[in-house]
Design a protein around this ligand. Structure first.
Ligand code: URA
Length: 271
């Protein structure tokens, strides 16, 4: 074995050790930046998904590389997973202290093949009771934005949060709680592979985009997460307190609709 072969072997061993470590931590999906094209579509896949069938009421859709969906040709080497298997992996989670006060894990809901994903902060009281995201007052406003504003069905988008358990008193999730949970929403996004993500407020914007910039500066400006366009906008709870900002959110949503190729309702037909 010559020196180059020894170096290659060393690299392979290090990668293997790292992947095994990630698997031991529970990671099941590894996203590779789209600039790193797979050498071959027939390259062997590392599928660490459990062999037992998923047991949840989530829609079971096998993820396919985006190129296979024929959407826009972006390459992706995300390994096949399903929302159901991610939910199964989450289990009755005790990875952070939020589990102590929760009634229900709020995993997320909607179309597993949605073109649009909304990411919020974390469940509130009503969400914790029902196990569904955005079903309280802020949720009603988000539903109105989707259904009355965008003229779409709520069930056709996907809605989830940065943390899946309710922070006490609806405080912001703390860094250790986000760190314990964010891998799951990242896996959900990797499986759904939407055309656009909307982040609602500071918590999802800063954590998904890895920035400390506030939402007031970020909103309305396209960002990118793992090759997916992201539109940060205000959180609906903030809109309930500051209804004067609704116009700004509508401007952001119109940019999203344009990106998705949706027709924007004329002012006259708005209600
Ligand atoms: N606020 C959020 O950020 N998420 C919910 O699910 C509900 C309210």
């Amino acid at each position: 074995m010559d020196e180059i072969q020894r170096e290659l072997l060393d690299i392979v061993t290090q990668v293997r050790t790292h992947l095994e470590y990630q698997r031991a931590l529970g990671v099941r999906v590894i996203a590779v930046p789209s600039s790193v094209a797979p050498l071959s579509h027939s390259a062997p896949k590392i599928d660490a998904s459990p062999s037992t069938p998923p047991v949840t009421n989530q829609k079971v859709i096998k993820a396919v590389p985006l190129s296979a969906r024929g959407d826009d040709g972006r390459t992706s080497s995300v390994h096949p997973e399903t929302l159901a298997s991610i939910r199964e992996e989450l289990g009755e989670c005790v990875r952070c202290k939020l589990h102590k006060g929760r009634k229900t894990i709020v995993f997320g809901e909607g179309d597993a093949e949605a073109k649009l994903v909304f990411v919020g902060e974390g469940p509130g009281f009503e969400e914790d009771q029902q196990g569904r995201p955005f079903v309280g007052a802020a949720g009603q406003l988000l539903t109105d934005i989707i259904e009355k504003g965008m003229r779409n069905k709520r069930a056709e988008v996907y809605i989830c949060n940065i943390v899946k358990c309710r922070p006490p008193g609806n405080r912001n999730p703390e860094p250790d709680e986000v760190a314990a949970c964010i891998g799951f929403v990242k896996q959900q996004i990797a499986v759904i592979r939407p055309q656009v993500i909307v982040t609602l407020g500071n918590v999802p914007t800063q954590n998904l985009l890895n920035t400390k910039e506030g939402i007031t500066r970020m909103r309305g400006k396209w960002q990118v997460y793992e090759g997916i366009p992201v539109m940060p906008t205000f959180h609906p709870s903030y809109l309930l307190r500051s209804p004067g900002e609704k116009g700004n959110v509508w401007e952001d949503i119109k940019l999203v609709m344009k990106k998705l190729g949706l027709s924007i309702p004329s002012k006259e037909s708005d209600s």
